[in-house]
Design a protein around this ligand. Structure first.
Ligand code: PLP
Length: 387
């Protein structure tokens, strides 16, 4: 199998797996217990907290462990709303992950006004539009660090400056960025930042919300006093320890891995652009994550490409959603106004440290033929006019 779907999830690395094992066996105490046994487990959680903090340039007590990236995103936005109960306006972008978008949709049904900032054809936002959108009623700005479908990076430092100038809380969903590009929350001056374990070789079902020291924070899950009263529920100790290990490893190897992965990605892109006549890269080719390629294939259906890739043992994805029996192209590509002949046939290939050049070459040996066959079958194939 060739796994080019690392933005969906990553393989747990061996060091992470080894670090977690004792917490499924002998180290089972509750980290909140006052006995020494509980204390040894608590220490493991605190060590993990320090490792996660270091990767993003935070202080350990600014780290709140959560049950997922989605929970971190929801907690951040809901906390900002609770901190500003009289304010009813939220600013985000049209290309966020559904963890943010669907929460905003839900909130709009409850009386909040949402501004979905547009992006241009490269997937970039306009800072002027952000500045103009902020008003006295704005409670929070939530804008992603890197887009999960195209890898396009957002100018988070500049967004933070604008939000600060206007006195508005700023949250960034950095789920796809952490471990792939260097992040320094202090230098960028963000208020809250989300990450998710399973995108950086830690397990699924663990995430983290950075909450800048000194800002008001209201817990999303209410109950016990875990996480200094900021997230109730007994900690998922094994996964937290795994996340800590994954962050430490990511920090050590960030630059070399990014370079290795970028070369694989660029090799696949170059091979496809050369051998598939009607193909294009969606999104900014420079200002993006090193591991993500979003490639549009003209006149074909993405789902058909994915099925044929799968039959060859290649895992990739499209951002399409099946709704009411039809396949809707990705909201991200539609917001970028990717031309109609390409938007349906766009595929995301996302790379990770376990991929190899041999895998890229194996994929390049089959992809052009798959596309050629599908273009020949397509009623919209080149030369045939759309009605
Ligand atoms: N935000 C982004 C940008 C993502 O890509 C994802 C997952 O794909 C999430 C949030 C949700 O993270 P989780 O799967 O941990 O809930």
């Amino acid at each position: 199998m060739i796994y080019f779907d690392n933005n969906a999830s990553t393989r747990i690395s061996d060091d992470v797996y080894e670090a977690m094992k004792p917490f499924f066996g002998e180290l089972y105490a509750n980290p909140s217990s006052s006995h020494r046994f509980g204390g040894s487990v608590r220490k493991a959680v605190e060590d993990a907290r320090a490792r996660v903090a270091k990767l993003i340039g935070a202080e350990p007590d600014e780290i709140v462990f959560t049950g997922s990236g989605t929970e971190a995103d929801n907690s951040a936005i809901m906390s900002a709303l609770e901190s500003n109960p009289s304010k009813k306006h939220i600013i985000t972008t049209a290309v966020e992950h559904h963890a943010v978008l669907n929460l905003c949709r839900n909130l709009s049904n409850k009386g909040y006004r949402i501004t979905y900032l547009p992006v241009d054809s490269l997937g970039a936002m306009d800072l002027k539009e952000l500045e103009n959108a902020i008003c006295d009623d704005t409670a929070v700005v939530s804008i992603m660090y890197a887009n999960n479908e195209t890898g396009v990076l957002f100018p988070v430092g500049e967004i933070a400056k604008i939000a600060k100038k206007k006195g508005v809380t700023f949250h960034t969903d950095a789920v796809q960025a952490v471990g792939k590009v260097p992040i320094d929350v202090k230098a960028m001056d963000v208020d809250m930042l989300s990450l998710s374990g399973h995108k950086l070789h830690a397990p699924k079902g663990v995430g983290m919300l950075y909450v800048r020291g000194g800002i008001d924070f209201f817990p999303y899950l209410i109950g016990g006093h875990q996480e200094r009263g900021r997230r109730a529920g007994t900690e998922n100790v094994a996964s937290i320890v795994g996340l800590g290990m994954a962050c430490e490893t990511a920090m050590k190897n960030l630059a070399s891995e990014a370079e290795y992965i970028r070369n694989l990605r660029d090799r696949l892109e170059a091979g496809i652009l050369k051998n598939c006549p009607d193909s294009r890269i969606n999104g900014d080719r420079v200002n993006r994550l090193p591991n993500t390629a979003n490639i549009g294939f003209g006149y074909v259906e993405g789902e058909a490409i994915l099925v044929r890739l799968d039959m060859k043992g290649i895992c990739a994805s499209s951002g399409s959603a099946c709704t009411a029996g039809s396949v809707e192209p990705s909201h991200v590509l539609r917001a970028m106004k990717v031309p109609v002949d390409f938007v349906h046939g766009s595929i995301r290939f996302s790379f990770g440290k376990y991929n190899t050049q041999a895998e890229v070459d194996e994929a390049l040996a089959v992809i052009p033929e798959i596309i050629k066959v599908l273009v020949e079958m397509s009623p919209f194939g080149k030369g045939i006019q759309r009605l």
